[in-house]
Write a protein that binds this ligand. Structure first.
Ligand code: ATP
Length: 390
């Protein structure tokens, strides 16, 4: 593997910034790693040793963009039609306490900026001096990339920032790499910093994991290493079968993050800290963890009494949790969908001119429909029969 700068120059997201004149700048971190691995780029991190207004202005000009947002850690975010650019000045950082966010300060040397990063493969830069290119690789990241090794930049890395444990697990499985000895040892240090990690940062890490192709293997490693238990003792279980089931059921989307904590003992944690969750998440979790007499729910109409407002994926997770067969749930969901095209409650109220009578009739209709006593198309006939008795 050699650095193929011609290919890199041709990369869609880079072509335009090649015309930036004047300043020396670098692309850094994950985008360099992905370029060297020949993977497509989602966004680009740009670092400048001396960041001034004209650099940002030129940047906006080439992409024809008016606005940018300033974010944490001396960074500017510029969304363009080609992709997102994060522009930062080179910075160093130090940790006042294990597991807390770092304090950052400007540095004037890209190598210092690279060394503060997490893993050697994420600590490379490509220098653009306007039209010439150079790989800057102070820690041997390129060799590690070739040997498929994930290596922390320094001893004590996970003590400073325990989110790196989650990052390590993501990269290991995403790229099919192995940890070097030092990195493997870092997992032993997690009890010194992980309990200090905020809920918001943990959520963020899990949300990133659940979008990954190999999320099952990643979460399995998190479970086998007992990482969540170190974070909070309520996460004192690990049910790999449940994890497998969730992996099958749920789409790869950030907002599904909380479902994936179920196999680790989320029920205990949720009971202790319900208000850490958003209202919408809380509603779902309350439904999932409600104790129920399952014998009354064996028929689709019984399930409907509990699940009528739940989204399909919540219904399926509920089933996995309560041990209800997925075929039964699929059958219920299919019928529930058909029901949407059947007679509507408000139409029935209007038609009968009596709310209470309509409610009774509608409930009987729904029950008969869901339990398969009538087929689609037989609703009118069924109503005619029951209305005379109501
Ligand atoms: P991904 O492909 O998962 O998004 P990425 O490498 O682009 O990976 P980001 O989280 O976008 O990851 O971070 C960009 C870069 O910032 C990383 O490549 C790394 O150099 C640095 N970085 C991010 N998080 C940390 C961290 N917790 N500790 C040290 N360096 C970090």
């Amino acid at each position: 593997m050699i650095v193929d700068f011609d290919r890199i120059k041709g990369e869609r997201l880079l072509r335009l910034i090649l015309s930036l004149d004047g300043e020396k700048f670098y692309i850094v971190g994950g985008c360099v790693r992905d370029l060297l691995l020949n993977k497509s780029l989602k966004d680009i991190d740009v670092v400048v040793e001396r960041l001034n207004r004209s650099f940002i202005k030129n940047f906006l000009l080439i992409f024809g963009v008016q606005n940018y947002s300033k974010s944490q850690f001396l960074t500017f975010k510029i969304g363009t039609s080609k992709g997102i650019f994060d522009i930062a000045r080179a910075r160093g950082e130090y940790y006042e306490a294990p597991g807390k966010l770092p304090r950052v300060y400007p540095v004037y040397d890209i190598v210092k900026d690279l060394k503060r990063r997490d893993f050697t493969i994420n600590s490379m830069a490509i220098e653009f001096w306007p039209r010439t290119f150079k790989l800057i690789d102070p820690l041997g990241g390129f060799d590690d990339l070739k040997s498929r090794i994930l290596r922390v930049n320094k001893k004590g890395s996970f003590i400073d920032d325990p989110t790196r444990a989650f990052r390590a697990i993501r990269y290991r499985h995403r790229f099919d790499f192995r940890y070097d000895k030092l990195t493997e040892n870092e997992f032993e240090n997690l009890n010194r910093s992980l309990p200090n990690l905020s809920f918001a940062r943990l959520r963020n890490e899990i949300a990133r994991v659940v979008c990954e192709e190999k999320r099952f293997l990643m979460l399995k490693e998190i479970g086998e290493r007992g990482i969540l238990r170190i974070w909070d003792e309520s996460f004192n279980s690990f049910d790999v079968k449940m994890l497998e089931e969730l992996d099958r059921i749920l789409p790869r989307a950030e907002d599904k993050w909380f479902y994936f904590l179920i196999p680790f003992g989320l029920e205990n944690y949720f009971k202790k800290y319900p208000y850490n969750f958003k209202v919408s998440e809380r509603k779902i979790l309350e439904l999932l963890f409600k104790s129920l007499d399952l014998s009354s729910l064996s028929r689709p109409s019984g399930m409907h009494s509990v699940l009528k407002d739940a989204e399909a994926e919540t219904v399926r997770v509920w089933g996995a949790l309560k041990g209800v067969k997925q075929e039964l749930l699929m059958d219920y969901l299919w019928k529930r969908d058909l029901l949407k095209n059947s007679i509507r409650f408000n139409v029935l109220v209007k038609r009968l001119g009596n709310f209470e009578r309509a409610r009774k009739a509608y409930n009987l209709l729904v029950r008969a429909f869901l339990d398969g006593e009538i087929e689609p198309g037989e609703e009118e006939e069924f109503l005619r029969k029951i209305l005379s008795d109501l």
